[in-house]
Ligand binder design. Structure first.
Ligand code: AMP
Ligand code: MG
Length: 423
């Protein structure tokens, strides 16, 4: 029997893979391109927001003291001097007995200290001529319906910390405070390679003994979802020379190279040898099911450190090992503060489940709200759990971790990762 190294526990393998992986260099990108990127420097505000006092309503700028007695039966009637539209500084002040029509976000005129909403007057709502007078039906107090300078953001304030993912809310804040561009980490470049003489691209007819390459497409989708820039390099044949050749091309561009297949004990499995030619192989057997044969190496290329992942060939093993090892590395390269980001919950099994001898089993499940505990989850198998079965993978919305050698009854609690929003 071949001489095999010991199985590495999952957590130890994850630690080794992430060890020494640090954020990529930074770059400046326009705010329109910054969505999904990670902030590399704290963002501060050069502006106070609002910059100037403005109206929170469409209505009439008035003096609060003059409308204090207003009722629907006995409105206060004011002369309308003109209006203040958004984007134009007021050229008139509100005098005693008068009002200015004002739009939401427009600059408050001098002389007024509150805005009466148009709905609380006899003036027509919507597009209309400026009325000569306005009858005010309700009092509004001094300061009401105004947005004061600094009530949102103060100049010099810390807006966002380094490491913040630039989601829509962060982009809105940066744009509003005048940031035309931002410092972000460079996106990781991920090259994807399939190996195997049996592989044919989807869309092509299958010859005898052929299957469609699904791994490179799945991996590309996973890497894009993780925020990477991705190139699918195609299929390498099952020879060491073909593999090394393709790998050399990959490391010249990529920060991360992800291969699938050819990493096991088969007579045509050359990935480990190919990795050893390019860099230093640091592990290749992990105590998990699926995914036991999994190779990891690092190569130094022109002063850059490139991570090489040799994932098993079986499509579910590919998916699971990407989640466990590759996604966290991509996130760490992106400068994110948390490498393991999938929401982790405890879930109650709806059926008994067995672990495997000496290995963590990662099972595909459907997670749903627990009918007995409103804040809890239940997990049920999404179907066949063999590592070639893609039907149950696509049905799953999560995966659970069954400890080595466990024999879990229905009702047992397990750690679950939520992989996508529940349908
Ligand atoms: P290997 O580790 O190369 O022996 O592959 C293990 C299993 O995964 C075999 O059934 C392969 O046919 C299958 N496999 C390998 N690569 C791919 C791929 N890119 N797409 C789909 N299945 C694959
Ligand atoms: Mg193969």
């Amino acid at each position: 029997m071949a001489d095999l190294p010991d199985l590495l526990p999952l957590a130890e393998a994850q630690r080794r893979v992430l060890d020494g992986v640090s954020a990529l260099p930074t770059e400046v990108v326009g705010i329109a391109e910054a969505g999904g990127r990670v902030l590399a420097e704290p963002a501060q505000s050069a502006l106070t927001l609002p910059v100037w006092i403005n109206s929170a309503m469409d209505g009439f700028a008035v003096r609060a003291a003059e409308v204090a007695s207003a009722t629907r039966a006995q409105p206060v009637v004011l002369r309308v001097l003109g209006e203040v539209p958004a984007g134009r500084a007021p050229d008139l002040a509100v005098e005693p007995g008068t009002a200015l029509r004002i739009m939401t976000g427009a600059m408050m005129p001098d002389g007024a200290d509150t805005v009466v909403p148009v709905e609380q007057t006899d003036a027509p709502a919507g597009a209309s001529e400026i009325p000569a007078t306005v009858a005010v039906y309700v009092p509004t107090s001094s300061g009401e319906n105004l947005r004061l300078p600094g009530s949102d953001v103060s100049a010099g304030a810390l807006l966002l910390d380094a490491g913040r993912s630039l989601d829509a809310a962060a982009i809105a804040l940066l744009a509003a405070t005048g940031h035309g561009s931002v410092h972000v980490y460079r996106r990781p470049r991920v090259a994807v390679i399939s190996t195997g003489d049996e592989l044919v691209a989807p869309g092509e007819p299958l010859g005898p003994a052929q299957i469609h390459d699904s791994n490179s497409y799945a991996l590309a989708a996973q890497a894009v979802e993780a925020g990477a820039e991705v190139r699918r390099l195609g299929v390498a044949g099952d020879t060491l020379a073909a593999l090394v050749d393709m790998l050399r091309g990959a490391v010249a561009w990529a920060d991360v190279v992800v291969l699938s297949g050819g990493v096991s004990l088969g007579a045509h499995d050359h990935v480990k040898a190919a990795f050893a030619e390019l860099g230093s192989l640091s592990l290749w057997r992990v105590a998990i099911k699926p995914g036991r044969p999994f190779a990891y190496a690092r190569a130094q290329v022109d002063g850059r450190s490139v991570a090489l992942f040799g994932l098993p060939g079986n499509p579910v093993s590919v998916f699971v090992t990407f989640e466990l090892f590759v996604r966290p590395v991509i996130r760490q390269l992106e400068g994110r503060l948390v490498a393991f980001d999938r929401p982790t919950r405890m879930a109650r099994l709806t059926q008994p489940m067995r672990g495997s001898s000496g290995r963590h089993t990662i099972a595909r499940v459907i997670l749903a709200a627990d009918p007995e505990r409103p804040d809890g989850l239940v997990a049920r198998s999404s179907g066949g759990q063999d590592s070639y079965m893609l039907g149950s993978l696509a049905k799953a919305n999560g995966m659970i971790f069954i400890p080595p050698d466990a024999d879990l009854p229905a009702g047992a609690e397990v750690v679950a990762w939520e992989l996508r929003a529940r349908d």
